[in-house]
Design a protein around this ligand. Structure first.
Ligand code: GLV
Ligand code: GLV
Length: 319
């Protein structure tokens, strides 16, 4: 009998889908598993359904053993999975692209609006009980209309952020290693990273975390940005050098930031916490009832296919 480990409780139809394909070995509690619990859970299973907070490396693959045929990550990102280690053992890897594009784009746009219009700062002020009063120059932010939105990585999520930007009257530029198929519809201009950073009012990051994109945005890149610009990150924390970002926000090299992801999650750089011009939310890009169910169901469909020896719907290309 096929055994499928599931490292967190899944919403929607996913548990029923998995139960049809094999015996489920479920995480005991509702919270995140300790490393020891995770390694014990996967022992001897055929397929593991994993979360982005589970590190899938040689140690985990050893703990699972030779029966393991697939790792189905419930996330579009898969930087938590050592692809070479999986490939070396003939273990398939899948992710959940597409189904979270709108939810993540909504959150990115919420951060853009929050940063440009100082929502976090305003909320904190009101809740502090400190006196305030309307005046012409009080808490002024920046218009979206007429500004340039620079998208780094015009894939599924980036394109949906760009479409929202267009609806708000923004002009779209993007940076990517190749021409994006979405560019024509969005009237988006492709720029090298330096030009995009220097000319954008809002820069939104939508690139996967890879060795090439780690610290893609550091001191030099932040210095290129406009002093009024907003940096938004809903991709992975380590795409930005967080210490450099703290310095840039503090010294006025850039204006504001909106962050859903952090370099050492769940720890946050203490410097960020002290800054009024940073909007900080706890990795909730795909966190809607509808989207989490869709992600879980896509991961389950991948796991079921692998359990049955079929081709999974959304495999990650292995090295
Ligand atoms: C969320 O961060 C994901 O990669 O799905
Ligand atoms: C602002 O509150 C306005 O009424 O213009």
């Amino acid at each position: 009998m096929t055994t499928i480990a599931v490292t967190a409780a899944l919403p929607g139809r996913a548990p029923a889908m998995l139960a049809e394909a094999g015996a489920i070995r479920a995480a005991p509690g509702a919270g995140r598993l300790s490393r020891e619990e995770l390694l014990a859970l996967v022992e001897g299973v055929d397929v593991a359904v994993t979360m982005l907070s589970d590190r899938v490396d040689d140690e985990l693959l050893d703990a699972a053993g030779p029966a393991l045929r697939g790792v189905c990550n419930v996330a579009v990102g898969f930087d938590n999975v050592d692809l070479a280690a999986c490939a070396g053992r003939g273990v398939l890897v899948t992710n959940t692209p597409g189904v979270l594009d709108d939810a993540t784009a909504d959150l990115a746009f919420a951060l853009i609006l929050a940063a440009r219009r100082r929502l976090g700062e305003g909320e904190r002020l009101i809740r502090s009980g400190r006196p305030w009063e309307w005046s012409m120059g009080f808490m002024v932010g920046h218009d979206l209309r007429g500004g340039r939105l620079g998208i780094v990585g015009l894939g599924g999520i980036g394109a949906r952020v760009a479409a929202r930007g267009r609806a708000f009257g923004m002009e779209i530029a993007y940076h990517g290693r190749r021409e994006s198929p979405h560019a024509a519809d969005l009237d988006a201009t492709r720029l090298d990273l330096e030009d995009l950073l220097a000319t954008s009012d809002v820069v939104s990051l939508h690139t996967p975390l890879t060795p090439e994109t780690r610290h893609l945005i550091g001191t030099r890149e932040l210095a290129l940005m406009k002093p009024t610009a907003t940096l938004v990150n809903t991709s992975r924390g380590a795409v930005v050098d967080e210490a450099a970002l703290v310095a840039a926000l503090r010294d006025g090299e850039i204006g504001t930031a909106g962050l859903d992801v952090f370099e050492h999650e769940p720890d946050i750089h203490p410097g960020l916490l002290a800054l009024e011009n940073a909007v900080l939310v706890p990795h909730i890009g795909s966190a809607t009832v509808e989207t989490r169910a869709a992600m879980a169901e896509l991961a389950a469909a991948n796991a079921v296919a692998i359990a049955r020896g079929e081709t999974p719907p959304t495999p990650v290309p292995l090295p």
